[in-house]
Design a protein around this ligand. Structure first.
Ligand SMILES: NC(=O)c1ccc[n+]([C@@H]2O[C@H](COP(=O)([O-])OP(=O)(O)OC[C@H]3O[C@@H](n4cnc5c(N)ncnc54)[C@H](O)[C@@H]3O)[C@@H](O)[C@H]2O)c1
Length: 441
């Protein structure tokens, strides 16, 4: 497979609908790293290493030295937002990064101005912005986004593009007939079907243009049969949903450990306070519902109460998100976990995670962009399940159950990289080391 991967030549354009806290922290971070002002901590592609071959071989290259990824110096950024603020202003508004750091990269950030957004207030009631496209139909809006994509590529002299949705969480909708085929979806675009969300219009425009697409929010977006089919037709990699950060990251680290030791879980209560714009949008019940559904599936899929009813059959799982402006982007989460062990004896675990939401999300945007670009060059099309590692609610084939366990997700990701580079997969069996020892005795 290695020889079939096209090289990462020329510039890679990373396009983001939504230039808010996550996107600006990501862009500013990459610009700071390019100037050697900071390190890309939390990014597996930049900081992580991967074991190759047998343990006796001692081969642990950095991921970026193992697979042919775009170099950070070859990356350029663009995006859309309902607000007109350039990335410098938006980053100042988000208050995630220090003013001094932002000053050091001000010209680069000021140069990135949002294109006019595809926006529909009925999907996000708590936002008001004027930097918005107008057209008679949703189909025409999609054509305008495709034109934006084409122009961006030409003006920035990019050889390749990827798109990552970093926009706000849209209201909860379920898949219906309009989402079922490419034809019904295109018909819906032309008829202004109300069940086609703005994020779907961006996703359609990207996939139709052959631009890989990832969804960082819990909206349905590209997780509908019509766009999965379109991705296959245009040979485009796609993935989603909802960046795995904060509380859910902790859940998918801890729950596999409890399950591995056959410890029971009776209840898991999770609450959060956050005060950024994301928190404000999620303060509306319709938007919170989208997030709640995305967060709820995690435990059920890891603990599998249907397979282990004695341990997890009565699990009560509750999630709350509260908008609390004084905390800004510094989200604070609490988890109370009621577990039981030997002979059913009860125990409790308490977690209080004082995290910085966008600091955890920014490296995910980078890794997703670089890996989606790699996938495209490697001829991998449709849903990229090996990128589940980065998502709260991983998109997967309908006949499969989602894999939420972060350790299994990592193994899948690493084995995918080994596979495309023609290296042996690693099963962690390890008996051969001892077998050889016995044979030589
Ligand atoms: N920060 C995290 O850790 C994290 C984790 C998982 C998921 N997410 C999701 O990522 C998304 C971004 O988070 P954030 O903290 O940057 O939020 P944010 O509110 O700071 O930024 C979102 C931006 O999207 C813009 N927007 C909304 N609808 C748009 C549209 N149709 N077209 C273009 N722009 C649009 C908003 O104006 C805003 O500037 C949210 O959906 C959030 O739920 C964030």
């Amino acid at each position: 497979m290695k020889e079939q991967i096209l090289p990462a030549e020329g510039k890679l354009g990373i396009l983001m609908p939504g230039l808010g806290a996550v996107a600006t922290t990501f862009i500013a971070g990459v610009e700071a790293v390019k100037k050697d002002l900071a390190q890309p901590i939390g990014s597996l592609t930049q900081m992580g290493s991967i074991r190759l071959g047998k343990r006796t071989e001692n081969r642990y290259p950095k991921v970026k030295d193992f697979v042919p990824l775009a170099h950070l110096n070859d990356v350029v950024f663009g995006g859309w937002d309902v607000y007109e603020d350039n990335v410098y202003k938006a980053a100042m508004h988000a208050k995630v990064l220090d003013k001094e750091l932002l000053e050091a990269i001000k010209p680069e950030l000021e140069a990135i101005k949002p294109m006019k957004a595809v926006f529909d207030k009925s999907y996000i009631q708590n936002l008001d912005g004027t930097n918005v496209k107008t057209a008679a139909t949703k189909y025409e809006l999609a054509l305008q986004v495709m034109e934006d994509i084409r122009k961006f590529q030409e003006e920035n002299n990019c050889s390749r593009l990827v798109m990552v949705w970093c926009g706000s969480t849209e209201k909860y909708i379920e898949e219906t007939a309009v989402h079922s085929t490419i034809e019904s979806f295109e018909e819906g675009l032309k008829n202004n079907n109300t069940l086609i969300a703005p994020s779907m219009i961006y996703a359609y425009a990207a996939i139709k243009s052959g631009v890989p697409f990832a969804n960082g929010a819990p909206n349905l977006t590209c997780d509908i049969p019509a766009l999965i089919e379109l991705a296959k037709e245009t040979e485009t990699p796609i993935g989603g949903k909802d960046f795995k950060t904060g509380q859910t990251l902790m859940k998918t680290i801890l729950a596999p450990g409890l399950q591995a030791r056959s410890l029971g879980v009776r209840g898991w209560f999770s609450t959060n306070i956050l005060g950024n714009r994301d928190g404000y949008v999620l303060d509306h019940p319709d938007n919170f519902r989208t997030k709640e559904v995305s967060k709820l599936g995690v435990l059920e899929d890891i603990l599998q109460p249907d397979i282990n009813p004695e341990l997890y059959g009565d699990l009560y799982h509750k999630i709350r998100i509260n908008y609390y402006p004084p905390h800004g982007d510094n989200k604070e989460s609490w988890d109370n976990i009621d577990i039981f062990g030997w002979l059913g004896y009860s125990m409790q675990i308490k977690i209080n995670f004082l995290c910085k939401d966008s600091i955890l999300a920014a490296p995910i945007v980078l890794d997703l962009a670089l890996f989606l670009d790699l996938a495209k060059r490697a001829g991998m099309i449709g849903i990229q399940e090996w990128l589940s590692f980065y998502f709260k609610s991983p998109q997967h084939a309908p006949e499969l159950r989602a894999e939420h366990d972060i350790f299994k997700q990592l193994m899948k990701l690493q084995n995918t990289l080994r596979h495309i580079m023609g290296e042996d997969l690693i099963t962690h069996l390890g008996l051969d080391y001892y077998q050889e020892l016995v044979d030589t005795l």
